[in-house]
Design a protein around this ligand. Structure first.
Ligand code: SAM
Length: 262
Protein backbone atom coordinates (compact mmCIF):
# COMPACT_ATOMS: atom_id res chain seq x y z
CA UNK A 1 0.00 0.00 0.00
CA UNK A 2 1.25 3.49 -0.84
CA UNK A 3 2.21 5.41 2.32
CA UNK A 4 0.10 8.38 1.21
CA UNK A 5 -3.17 6.52 0.73
CA UNK A 6 -5.64 5.94 3.56
CA UNK A 7 -5.63 2.38 5.01
CA UNK A 8 -9.24 1.74 4.17
CA UNK A 9 -10.90 3.90 1.54
CA UNK A 10 -14.43 5.09 2.22
CA UNK A 11 -16.45 8.20 1.27
CA UNK A 12 -14.85 10.19 4.10
CA UNK A 13 -11.32 9.87 2.72
CA UNK A 14 -11.73 8.90 -0.94
CA UNK A 15 -10.57 12.33 -2.15
CA UNK A 16 -7.07 11.61 -0.76
CA UNK A 17 -6.90 8.42 -2.80
CA UNK A 18 -7.95 10.25 -5.95
CA UNK A 19 -5.25 12.83 -5.15
CA UNK A 20 -2.64 10.07 -5.08
CA UNK A 21 -3.86 8.48 -8.32
CA UNK A 22 -4.61 11.67 -10.27
CA UNK A 23 -1.58 11.55 -12.56
CA UNK A 24 -2.17 7.98 -13.70
CA UNK A 25 -5.95 8.29 -13.93
CA UNK A 26 -6.23 9.30 -17.58
CA UNK A 27 -3.93 6.50 -18.73
CA UNK A 28 -5.93 3.90 -16.84
CA UNK A 29 -9.35 5.02 -18.04
CA UNK A 30 -7.93 5.42 -21.56
CA UNK A 31 -7.17 1.70 -21.49
CA UNK A 32 -10.81 0.93 -20.66
CA UNK A 33 -12.56 0.44 -24.01
CA UNK A 34 -15.65 2.61 -24.31
CA UNK A 35 -14.93 4.80 -21.26
CA UNK A 36 -15.09 8.14 -23.08
CA UNK A 37 -17.73 7.00 -25.58
CA UNK A 38 -20.03 5.94 -22.73
CA UNK A 39 -19.64 9.30 -20.99
CA UNK A 40 -20.54 11.03 -24.24
CA UNK A 41 -23.59 8.77 -24.58
CA UNK A 42 -24.82 9.69 -21.08
CA UNK A 43 -24.30 13.40 -21.77
CA UNK A 44 -26.20 13.14 -25.07
CA UNK A 45 -29.03 11.27 -23.35
CA UNK A 46 -29.69 14.43 -21.31
CA UNK A 47 -31.25 15.79 -24.53
CA UNK A 48 -29.82 19.29 -24.09
CA UNK A 49 -31.26 21.62 -26.75
CA UNK A 50 -29.51 23.97 -29.19
CA UNK A 51 -25.98 22.75 -28.52
CA UNK A 52 -26.43 24.07 -24.98
CA UNK A 53 -26.62 27.73 -26.06
CA UNK A 54 -27.70 29.82 -23.05
CA UNK A 55 -27.62 26.84 -20.67
CA UNK A 56 -25.82 26.51 -17.33
CA UNK A 57 -24.65 22.99 -16.63
CA UNK A 58 -22.91 21.19 -13.78
CA UNK A 59 -20.48 18.30 -14.03
CA UNK A 60 -20.25 16.92 -10.50
CA UNK A 61 -17.25 14.75 -9.61
CA UNK A 62 -15.53 15.91 -12.79
CA UNK A 63 -12.17 14.32 -11.91
CA UNK A 64 -9.58 14.98 -14.60
CA UNK A 65 -12.26 16.34 -16.93
CA UNK A 66 -13.31 13.26 -18.93
CA UNK A 67 -16.98 13.79 -18.09
CA UNK A 68 -16.56 17.56 -18.59
CA UNK A 69 -15.33 16.88 -22.12
CA UNK A 70 -18.33 14.62 -22.70
CA UNK A 71 -20.71 17.34 -21.51
CA UNK A 72 -18.94 19.87 -23.70
CA UNK A 73 -19.33 17.51 -26.65
CA UNK A 74 -23.11 17.27 -26.04
CA UNK A 75 -23.50 21.00 -25.35
CA UNK A 76 -20.57 22.90 -26.90
CA UNK A 77 -22.12 26.33 -26.24
CA UNK A 78 -23.16 25.84 -22.60
CA UNK A 79 -21.59 27.40 -19.52
CA UNK A 80 -20.17 24.43 -17.64
CA UNK A 81 -19.13 24.39 -14.00
CA UNK A 82 -17.14 21.26 -13.17
CA UNK A 83 -16.78 20.34 -9.49
CA UNK A 84 -14.46 17.95 -7.68
CA UNK A 85 -13.05 17.74 -4.16
CA UNK A 86 -9.73 16.19 -5.14
CA UNK A 87 -7.31 19.08 -5.68
CA UNK A 88 -4.97 16.84 -7.69
CA UNK A 89 -7.68 15.53 -10.04
CA UNK A 90 -8.73 19.14 -10.61
CA UNK A 91 -5.13 20.19 -11.26
CA UNK A 92 -4.89 17.58 -14.03
CA UNK A 93 -8.23 18.76 -15.46
CA UNK A 94 -7.22 22.42 -15.40
CA UNK A 95 -4.00 21.74 -17.30
CA UNK A 96 -6.05 20.65 -20.33
CA UNK A 97 -7.28 23.10 -22.92
CA UNK A 98 -10.84 24.35 -22.30
CA UNK A 99 -12.98 27.12 -23.74
CA UNK A 100 -13.52 30.10 -21.43
CA UNK A 101 -17.10 29.03 -20.62
CA UNK A 102 -15.83 25.93 -18.76
CA UNK A 103 -14.60 26.46 -15.20
CA UNK A 104 -13.47 24.19 -12.42
CA UNK A 105 -14.46 24.47 -8.77
CA UNK A 106 -12.91 22.73 -5.77
CA UNK A 107 -15.87 21.67 -3.62
CA UNK A 108 -17.62 18.70 -2.06
CA UNK A 109 -20.37 17.65 -4.45
CA UNK A 110 -22.09 15.84 -1.58
CA UNK A 111 -22.66 19.11 0.27
CA UNK A 112 -22.97 21.77 -2.38
CA UNK A 113 -23.31 25.00 -0.44
CA UNK A 114 -20.40 26.87 -2.01
CA UNK A 115 -20.91 30.33 -3.52
CA UNK A 116 -19.28 29.06 -6.68
CA UNK A 117 -22.31 26.84 -7.33
CA UNK A 118 -25.47 28.91 -7.07
CA UNK A 119 -28.69 29.72 -8.86
CA UNK A 120 -30.47 27.24 -11.03
CA UNK A 121 -28.94 24.95 -13.59
CA UNK A 122 -30.27 23.50 -16.83
CA UNK A 123 -28.70 20.08 -16.36
CA UNK A 124 -26.42 18.04 -14.12
CA UNK A 125 -24.12 15.18 -15.10
CA UNK A 126 -22.66 13.12 -12.24
CA UNK A 127 -20.37 10.43 -13.62
CA UNK A 128 -18.98 7.79 -11.25
CA UNK A 129 -19.71 10.09 -8.31
CA UNK A 130 -22.83 8.87 -6.49
CA UNK A 131 -21.19 5.65 -5.30
CA UNK A 132 -18.63 7.76 -3.43
CA UNK A 133 -21.14 9.84 -1.47
CA UNK A 134 -22.10 8.81 2.06
CA UNK A 135 -25.53 10.48 2.08
CA UNK A 136 -26.84 9.88 -1.42
CA UNK A 137 -30.39 11.00 -0.71
CA UNK A 138 -29.25 14.33 0.70
CA UNK A 139 -26.96 14.85 -2.30
CA UNK A 140 -29.72 13.98 -4.79
CA UNK A 141 -32.11 16.34 -3.02
CA UNK A 142 -29.54 19.13 -3.31
CA UNK A 143 -29.05 18.34 -7.03
CA UNK A 144 -32.82 18.56 -7.49
CA UNK A 145 -32.91 21.95 -5.75
CA UNK A 146 -30.15 23.22 -8.03
CA UNK A 147 -32.05 22.26 -11.19
CA UNK A 148 -34.67 24.47 -12.76
CA UNK A 149 -38.07 22.75 -13.17
CA UNK A 150 -37.94 20.09 -15.87
CA UNK A 151 -34.13 20.11 -16.16
CA UNK A 152 -32.33 16.76 -16.49
CA UNK A 153 -30.05 14.90 -14.11
CA UNK A 154 -27.89 12.14 -15.62
CA UNK A 155 -26.17 9.82 -13.17
CA UNK A 156 -23.61 7.74 -15.04
CA UNK A 157 -22.73 4.88 -12.73
CA UNK A 158 -21.93 1.22 -12.26
CA UNK A 159 -24.86 -0.80 -10.94
CA UNK A 160 -24.58 -4.59 -10.79
CA UNK A 161 -26.55 -5.64 -7.75
CA UNK A 162 -29.69 -6.76 -9.58
CA UNK A 163 -28.03 -9.24 -11.95
CA UNK A 164 -25.82 -12.22 -11.11
CA UNK A 165 -24.17 -12.05 -14.54
CA UNK A 166 -23.29 -8.37 -14.12
CA UNK A 167 -21.74 -9.02 -10.70
CA UNK A 168 -19.76 -11.98 -12.06
CA UNK A 169 -18.44 -10.06 -15.10
CA UNK A 170 -17.60 -7.07 -12.92
CA UNK A 171 -15.63 -9.22 -10.45
CA UNK A 172 -13.82 -11.05 -13.26
CA UNK A 173 -12.83 -7.81 -15.03
CA UNK A 174 -11.85 -6.14 -11.73
CA UNK A 175 -9.55 -8.93 -10.52
CA UNK A 176 -8.39 -10.00 -13.98
CA UNK A 177 -7.65 -6.57 -15.45
CA UNK A 178 -8.45 -3.40 -13.46
CA UNK A 179 -6.76 -4.22 -10.14
CA UNK A 180 -3.57 -5.75 -11.63
CA UNK A 181 -3.31 -2.93 -14.19
CA UNK A 182 -3.83 -0.32 -11.47
CA UNK A 183 -1.10 -1.92 -9.35
CA UNK A 184 1.26 -2.09 -12.34
CA UNK A 185 0.72 1.52 -13.39
CA UNK A 186 0.58 3.16 -9.96
CA UNK A 187 2.33 0.77 -7.59
CA UNK A 188 -0.82 0.54 -5.50
CA UNK A 189 -4.07 -1.30 -6.07
CA UNK A 190 -5.98 0.23 -3.15
CA UNK A 191 -8.21 2.58 -5.16
CA UNK A 192 -9.03 -0.17 -7.64
CA UNK A 193 -9.97 -2.65 -4.90
CA UNK A 194 -12.16 0.10 -3.46
CA UNK A 195 -13.70 0.56 -6.92
CA UNK A 196 -14.52 -3.17 -7.12
CA UNK A 197 -16.02 -3.32 -3.65
CA UNK A 198 -17.92 -0.02 -3.88
CA UNK A 199 -19.57 -1.11 -7.15
CA UNK A 200 -20.72 -4.40 -5.58
CA UNK A 201 -22.09 -2.46 -2.60
CA UNK A 202 -23.86 0.22 -4.64
CA UNK A 203 -27.62 0.25 -5.30
CA UNK A 204 -29.05 -2.05 -7.94
CA UNK A 205 -30.87 -0.51 -10.89
CA UNK A 206 -34.25 -0.80 -9.19
CA UNK A 207 -33.05 0.60 -5.89
CA UNK A 208 -31.33 3.57 -7.50
CA UNK A 209 -34.23 4.48 -9.78
CA UNK A 210 -36.47 4.15 -6.69
CA UNK A 211 -34.12 6.43 -4.77
CA UNK A 212 -34.26 9.07 -7.50
CA UNK A 213 -38.05 8.90 -7.53
CA UNK A 214 -38.25 9.01 -3.73
CA UNK A 215 -36.25 12.23 -3.54
CA UNK A 216 -38.56 13.86 -6.08
CA UNK A 217 -37.14 13.32 -9.56
CA UNK A 218 -39.70 12.72 -12.27
CA UNK A 219 -39.64 10.72 -15.49
CA UNK A 220 -36.94 8.46 -14.02
CA UNK A 221 -35.52 5.94 -16.47
CA UNK A 222 -32.37 3.98 -17.11
CA UNK A 223 -30.38 2.86 -20.11
CA UNK A 224 -27.23 0.81 -20.26
CA UNK A 225 -24.21 1.18 -22.56
CA UNK A 226 -22.70 -1.12 -25.20
CA UNK A 227 -19.52 -3.20 -24.77
CA UNK A 228 -18.38 -5.35 -21.85
CA UNK A 229 -19.99 -2.75 -19.58
CA UNK A 230 -23.48 -3.56 -20.89
CA UNK A 231 -25.83 -4.01 -17.87
CA UNK A 232 -22.89 -2.92 -15.67
CA UNK A 233 -22.64 0.81 -16.48
CA UNK A 234 -25.89 2.76 -16.75
CA UNK A 235 -27.24 6.21 -17.42
CA UNK A 236 -29.88 6.99 -14.81
CA UNK A 237 -31.98 9.88 -16.05
CA UNK A 238 -34.54 12.00 -14.26
CA UNK A 239 -35.99 15.49 -14.36
CA UNK A 240 -36.48 18.04 -11.64
CA UNK A 241 -40.18 18.34 -10.90
CA UNK A 242 -42.18 21.10 -12.48
CA UNK A 243 -42.61 22.20 -16.05
CA UNK A 244 -42.60 19.29 -18.51
CA UNK A 245 -39.42 19.11 -20.55
CA UNK A 246 -39.51 20.18 -24.18
CA UNK A 247 -37.69 17.44 -26.02
CA UNK A 248 -34.89 18.41 -28.36
CA UNK A 249 -35.96 17.14 -31.79
CA UNK A 250 -32.29 16.85 -32.79
CA UNK A 251 -31.25 14.82 -29.74
CA UNK A 252 -29.99 11.38 -30.84
CA UNK A 253 -32.10 8.40 -29.84
CA UNK A 254 -30.37 5.50 -28.06
CA UNK A 255 -29.52 2.35 -30.01
CA UNK A 256 -32.31 -0.23 -30.19
CA UNK A 257 -32.42 -2.85 -27.48
CA UNK A 258 -30.55 -0.92 -24.83
CA UNK A 259 -33.51 0.72 -23.15
CA UNK A 260 -33.89 -0.79 -19.72
CA UNK A 261 -36.78 1.45 -18.75
CA UNK A 262 -38.98 -0.36 -16.29
C1 SAM B 1 -14.10 7.83 -10.80
S1 SAM B 1 -13.74 9.55 -10.82
C2 SAM B 1 -14.74 10.08 -12.18
C3 SAM B 1 -14.27 11.36 -12.77
C4 SAM B 1 -15.03 11.83 -13.99
N1 SAM B 1 -16.41 12.14 -13.68
C5 SAM B 1 -14.97 10.81 -15.09
O1 SAM B 1 -16.03 10.37 -15.51
O2 SAM B 1 -13.89 10.43 -15.53
C6 SAM B 1 -14.69 10.09 -9.43
C7 SAM B 1 -14.39 11.52 -9.06
O3 SAM B 1 -15.34 11.93 -8.08
C8 SAM B 1 -14.65 12.74 -7.15
N2 SAM B 1 -15.42 12.76 -5.92
C9 SAM B 1 -15.71 11.73 -5.10
N3 SAM B 1 -16.46 12.16 -4.07
C10 SAM B 1 -16.64 13.49 -4.26
C11 SAM B 1 -17.31 14.50 -3.55
N4 SAM B 1 -17.96 14.24 -2.40
N5 SAM B 1 -17.28 15.76 -4.03
C12 SAM B 1 -16.63 16.06 -5.18
N6 SAM B 1 -15.97 15.14 -5.90
C13 SAM B 1 -15.97 13.87 -5.44
C14 SAM B 1 -13.28 12.12 -7.01
O4 SAM B 1 -12.34 13.04 -6.48
C15 SAM B 1 -13.00 11.71 -8.45
O5 SAM B 1 -12.32 12.74 -9.13
Amino acid sequence: MSPKTPRRIDPSNVSKSFDVHARSYDKLVGANPGYHEHLRLSAKRMGLPNGGAGLRLLDLGCGTGASTAALLDAAPHADITAVDFSAEMLAVARRKSWPSHVRFVHADAGELDTKAVHGSYDGILAAYLLRNLSDRNAALRRFRELLRPGAPLAVHEYSVRDAFRSRAVWTAVSWGVIIPMGRLRTGSADLYRYLWRSVLDFDGVEAFTGRMTAVGFEDVRVQTVPGWQQHIVHTFLGRAPGVPATADPDAPTPPEGLDLTK
